[in-house]
Structures are given as C-alpha cells and as structure tokens.
Design a binder for this molecule. Structure first.
Ligand code: UD1
Length: 388
C-alpha cells in the first residue's frame, strides 16, 4: 500500500508524527507474516509553514522522516496559498499515484490537496482511478463559517472517503451533514498519541532556566485572525494580559502572524514593558510541553492546546466564542470564554483559588489512535484491492 501524507502547517506535524510512527510499527510488526504488504509512506510538505521554528524543528524533535517533496508554497492570501498548493501538488500526485491520500486537521494545505486528489484521473494501468481520500480529525465543527478552518473542515469531509474522528460530537456533525455512517471511524486523537510519546522527554528541556522562570506561571498563545488581525480586539487582549500578569506571571510564545500585527499596531511595547510577561519566539514541541505540563493556567485560541491541556489536566481558558472541540469543555479542563474581560478575570481568579473543574480524559485519547487508523487503512485497502 502506497500512502501519501500531507503536512503543511505547524499543528499538522504533531499529527503526522503519530501516523509515521504507526506506519513504521506496522511494518516492523508484520514483516515476517506471509500476507505482509509493506506500507510505503511518502510525505509531502506543502511549505505553508517554512520557518525552522514553525516547521523543521518539529520534524527533528518528533522524529518524522524528512519530507520526500517540499512544494515550498510559502505565505499568501487564502486564495493564492490554496491555489499555489493545488498547482504544485497535481504533478506530484500524478507521479507518485498513491493508493491512499491522508490529510490531517483543517489548514489550507488540507483542503487544497484533497480537492486536487478528488478530481485526479490516474493513468488507466493503475488499480485505482484516484487515491482513497482519508481525513484524520474529521467532523470537528465550530459552526462559525467566518473561520477559514471551518470552511476547510466542511469541504474536506464532504470529499473524503474515510473520516477518522477524535470525539463523539464529530460523528454527530458528520451524520447531520448527510455523510454515510460507513465512512466514519471513531479512532481517538493522534495529537494525544504524540503527547504521550514525547512527554517523557520534557525533562530534557532547559527552557525554564533559559527564560529565567521559577514559581507558578501561565502560558498564553494567540494567532487566530479573529483575535489578532484587528487592532481593537488585539488591544483588548493585551489589556487583559496586563491585568492577569498582576496575578500570575505569563509566558507568551509569539506566533509570526501575531508578532507582525503587534508590530503593525504598535502594541508590542506594552507587552515588552511588563516585567511579569516573558515573550519568546515560537517554541519547539519538547520545550512547549515542558512548560505546558507545569502551568497553573493556559489562555489560548489554539485548537490543539485545548486538547493537550485536557490530557495534562491543566486549566485552559479558550479566548474564542466557540470551539470545534466541545469534549474538552464537557469532560476536560477547558473554559470557553469569549473576548469579555469581565468573564476572563473572574475565571482566572476562580481557577487560581483552586475551584476549577474536575476533568476526565475523553474516550480513545489513549495514545493508540495512529495504530487504529493504520489498521483501518490496511483492512479497507485490502478489501478494495480484492474487489478490483
Ligand atoms: C495556519 C492555519 C491555522 C493553524 C495555524 C497554526 C490555515 C487557514 N490556517 O494559520 O489553522 O492553526 O497555521 O500556526 O491554514 N509565517 C511566518 N513563518 C512561517 C509561517 C507563517 O512568518 O513559518 C507568517 C506568514 O507570512 C503569515 C502569517 O505568519 O503572515 C500567517 O501564516 P499562515 O500560514 O497564513 O496562517 P496561520 O495564521 O499560521
């Protein structure tokens, strides 16, 4: 079975790490069995994220094989970035003709490559006319179509043949959209596979001494266009962080998008001048996990961090009006609070006084989602190959 996986932007890399480890383990486990078909794993990096800090360091730390191909698309408007990925991916797909295309998450690379593959026509001597289209982390919905990621999720799920879900709400969402139940598989969370695999390495991190950190602290991450692209919203957030910093030290690794708008709106100085706020570049996975696991509190607009804090049992305040990951609120440590200072500060105080909620770990977030995905893929590929 020839499997081609797409990686584009930072949150994809943690998910791809689980898949590539699961492929390696499958090949090792089965190579002596008589019916063994090796999985050949091809990795295509679209180049949506390209800085060492946003991309390369994750491949190194999470032991993801170097990409076979890098499309080097870089940044651009949504239309330009999506179109450029499509143009550059089509010839690669025709050359590699994989049996299965695997995309993860909800970034522009996810929909761009799915759309190309859904309309491709392989040469007539190939067993299939196009690859089996597989979406990992399918069915998540914020029901907010102003988020580019929501558009990417809906379209990717509508086109894919196999949909791997992380939580039960995703199954309900997909069924509501009329997607055939046969396509949907509840497998758990590949992001959490990677967390369990690499958490044990977090003691190797020297980030705390590097940034001079001792005592209790919180972590802040912000990058959603709805939070960081408008000066009034960003200003409100910075005011809010300055208030929180009076109670609890803040570590704030700044996403490139956020750094650019902080500079553009002249707001970076307000953060730099606060001695209780430590600003850093985007951090590597091991450094970030070593900070995250011991944080008293996290404030974020990221999707993945809502999940990671739930597993680490660290209270998380999500600075958004909605979440596509409701299980983290229902069962986990997540508080969904919009951009209202009058709610954010009392929630911080409530958590700091030890009255935060008691959480559990969602079903199948057990470190084995990647293995389940590969087992499904092999079974389905075999059934398909036999039919042909
Ligand atoms: C993208 C994803 C988002 C994901 C986020 C994680 C889409 C629509 N958005 O948002 O779902 O949560 O990544 O980081 O796909 N930049 C750099 N260096 C880089 C990458 C980006 O400087 O390595 C700059 C770009 O020039 C651009 C900005 O960061 O100005 C935003 O990058 P972009 O990939 O467009 O979107 P993200 O906000 O990162």
């Amino acid at each position: 079975m020839k499997l081609l996986s797409i990686a584009g932007a930072r949150p994809n890399f943690m998910k791809l790490s689980s898949i590539s480890h699961a492929v390696e383990e499958y090949n090792q486990r089965n190579h002596k069995t008589s019916s063994f078909d090796k999985i050949e794993h091809i990795i295509v990096h679209t180049g949506q994220h390209y800085d060492v800090q946003m991309s390369r360091q994750f491949f190194d730390e999470l032991k993801i094989p170097a990409p076979d191909i890098n499309l080097e698309v870089g940044s651009g408007s949504h239309a330009v970035q999506t179109a450029e990925i499509m143009k550059r991916f089509e010839p690669v797909l025709l050359e590699k003709t994989p049996d299965v295309l695997l995309v993860v998450g909800d970034v522009n690379s996810t929909i761009a490559c799915t759309l190309v593959a859904s309309k491709i026509n392989y040469p007539s001597d190939h067993l299939l006319s196009r690859p089996i289209l597989t979406h990992v982390e399918a069915g998540l919905r914020s029901y907010d179509r102003s988020m580019p990621e929501e558009i990417n999720r809906i379209l990717t799920d509508a086109l894919c043949d196999l949909l791997f879900a992380t939580e039960e709400s995703a199954i309900t969402n997909l069924e509501r959209e009329g997607i055939d139940h046969e396509k949907i598989h509840f497998v758990g969370n590949v992001m959490i596979d990677t967390l369990y695999r690499y958490l044990k390495d977090s003691h190797k991190s020297v980030i705390k001494s590097k940034i001079g950190l001792d005592g209790t602290y919180s972590i802040v991450t912000l990058h959603r266009p709805s939070n960081v692209d408008k000066p009034e919203t960003l200003k409100l957030l910075i005011d809010c962080l300055n208030l929180i910093a009076e109670r609890l030290k803040i570590i704030f690794p700044i996403h490139p998008r956020t750094r650019a708008t902080l500079n553009q709106f002249g707001l970076l100085r307000a953060l730099e001048n606060n001695e209780h706020i430590i600003l850093t570049e985007p951090l590597g996975y091991i450094d970030f996990m070593s900070l995250l696991k011991d944080a008293a509190l996290v404030l974020t607009d990221s999707g993945g961090i809502q999940e990671e804090t739930t597993v680490l049992k660290v209270p998380c305040i999500t600075l958004r009006e909605n979440t596509e990951r409701p299980v983290t609120v229902k069962e986990g440590t997540n508080y969904l609070i919009g951009m209202n200072i009058n709610e954010i500060i009392p929630t911080v105080d409530m958590i700091m006084s030890g009255r935060g909620k008691v959480s559990t770990i969602p079903k199948y977030w057990d470190g084995h989602a990647g293995k389940r995905i590969i087992e499904h893929l092999v079974r389905i590929w075999r059934e398909k190959a036999i039919c042909i």
